[in-house]
Design a protein around this ligand. Structure first.
Ligand code: NAP
Length: 503
């Protein structure tokens, strides 16, 4: 554990200029120790005005606007190279600021590199097809940039969520104004420094740390923002959707989840136990796709749960920089308190805490925002803790009778983000995959991710998808172009005989 925190040199990037914001300072914490890592000043609505104005100029500059797709791809490749070269320092920075295990933050940085490369490759291979004509004209669709994109990110995986927004938005030819979460601005600032230094024209990216209710709100309301791409909680997303409706502005919303993991009676139990634990306890459960509701076949339930509880007790809770750590701290003491309050609620609702249910008693962890991996059973799916997103290392376990009962319980949720199925019978798996209401279904795996597969939620888990080749179209406007090919006089043209002047 020899990692050393290196403060980021920058506080805010506005329209190509680095400077300090005038707002109050946020104390950015190391959740593993409670230490203040750095203080970052908060931006304000005036900074949003400036960032949007400079972004609009930069996006309209012919030097950017008129680039062909393969030329824009070069900028994305340069960013990917820069992020890859700085992978160690970015992963370390993110582990300091979020508490995540270093092996997880390394994977997140690698995924960010992959995201920039993927969208560069999409640009390199993009084609525009003529659309089918219904008359004497040629038609085709032109994808045009929207202008300035507002990107609002949560605190749980900053570099991955930043890249998922910045890469396709730039690939489509836009400028981006990014607001990182107040608790985790450091990685976004470090990423922005790499992007600027890699040669992206000034003004195309601004990064404005600050409060959601101030900076985020100003971005959403700003008339110069043509689209908002938001990842965060469902209530915040709903508020943004209301404001967007007033402006008739498109929004992408990647929101919360309460995803079911389903263990059928013929599952490979060892694999399922490992997958269930990884699905809920990696990232300390602070993952939108966490498998936070576990449904186990009645015939297997008692034995499966006993073994799962025993294995969960063996998970190592500790500092993310320790190689042995499975479960790091939560992102912030306030968030840890909110998770603890949910476990208290589960007890009050009549649930049985089978393991965890409190902070670790290891004195070395006393100052950090730790919470033990927790498994609760004995509650119905209608209990509040089974319905609301806890966003922490808390798993609710429930038995199911048969496939219909499983589908009814799993789908009895306002959310529809992800799901997992553990069975050896692929016919049952595929039948369930059809019936489960979720944007992603994992079968005999969990939290596997590919940038080429679109990702998004249904129901209150979101609107629209990210990733995949269509990821660029989400940041573009389609324009139909018609080219008349007919020599026949238009019916409204004067009926004068045509004079043949040839020869
Ligand atoms: P959050 O409270 O909704 O905040 C998300 C972002 O929105 C933050 O940058 C926040 O700023 C900002 N914000 C807050 N109020 C705002 C407002 N009125 N207008 C504009 N922006 C505003 O969510 P969180 O607690 O950071 O993140 C956890 C949530 O994100 C969970 O629900 C999780 O499921 C969801 N999530 C979803 C996905 C997905 O892909 N579906 C991925 C990751 C996370 P401040 O924090 O600075 O106030």
């Amino acid at each position: 554990m020899s990692a050393v925190f290196v403060p980021v040199p920058d506080e805010m990037l506005v329209g190509g200029k680095w400077r300090q914001a005038d707002g109050p300072k946020t104390r950015v914490l190391d959740p593993a120790t409670g230490a203040v890592l750095q203080e970052i000043s908060q931006s304000c609505a005036d900074d949003v005005d400036e960032a949007v104005a400079r972004g609009a100029e930069a996006a309209a500059d012919p030097g950017w606007r008129d680039l062909l797709p393969h030329q824009r791809a070069r900028y994305l490749h340069a960013i990917a190279d820069a992020v890859e070269a700085a992978a160690d320092s970015l992963a370390t920075l993110q582990s300091f600021n979020t508490g995540k295990a270093l092996r997880e933050t390394r994977a997140l940085v690698a995924s960010a590199v992959g995201t920039f490369r993927y969208f560069a490759a999409v640009l390199e291979t993009s084609d525009e097809a003529k659309t089918t004509s219904r008359g004497e004209y040629l038609t085709w669709v032109k994808q045009e940039p929207i202008g300035v994109i507002g990107a609002i990110a949560p605190w749980n995986s900053p570099i991955a969520s930043d890249a998922q927004k910045i890469a396709p938005a730039l690939a489509a030819g836009n400028a981006v104004v990014l607001k990182p979460a107040e608790w985790t601005p450091l990685v976004s600032l470090a990423l922005a420094r790499l992007i600027v230094d890699s040669g992206l024209p000034a003004g195309l990216l601004s990064v404005l740390p600050g409060r959601g209710s101030v900076v985020g709100d100003a971005i959403v309301r700003h008339p110069g923002i043509g689209k908002v791409s938001f990842t965060g909680g469902t209530d915040t997303g709903r508020g943004i959707a209301h404001l967007a409706a007033e402006k008739l502005m498109p929004v992408s919303l990647e929101l919360g989840g309460k995803s079911p993991t389903m263990v059928l009676d013929d599952a490979d139990v060892e694999q399922a136990i490992a997958g269930v634990m990884y699905g809920i306890f990696s990232s300390s459960g602070q993952s939108c796709i966490a498998g936070s509701r576990l449904f186990v076949a009645e015939s297997l339930y008692d034995d499966f749960l006993d073994r799962l509880v025993e294995r969960t007790r063996q998970l190592v809770v500790g500092n993310g920089f320790d190689d042995a750590t499975h479960v790091g701290p939560l992102v912030h003491p306030k968030h840890r308190d909110s998770v603890a309050a949910y476990v208290d609620l589960a007890r009050a609702e009549g649930g049985t805490v089978r393991c965890g249910g409190g902070v670790p008693d290891d004195p070395r962890l006393a100052d950090g925002a730790y919470y033990l991996p927790t498994i609760i059973d004995g509650l119905a799916n209608s209990a509040r803790v089974c319905q609301e997103e806890i966003f922490g290392p808390v798993l609710l376990a429930l038995p199911f009778r048969d496939e219909d009962d499983l589908v009814a319980q799993a789908n009895d949720s306002v959310f529809g983000l992800a799901s997992g199925i553990w069975t050896r019978d692929y016919r049952r798996a595929l039948r369930l995959a059809d019936r489960i209401q979720a944007g992603t279904v994992w079968i005999n795996t969990y939290k596997a991710f590919s940038i080429s597969t679109p990702f998004g939620g249904i129901k209150e888990s979101g609107l629209d998808t990210e990733k995949g080749r269509e990821g660029i179209a989400a940041y573009s406007r389609a324009k139909g172009v018609y080219l008349g090919m007919s020599d026949t006089p238009h019916p409204w043209a004067p009926r004068t005989p045509r004079v043949d002047t040839a020869g």
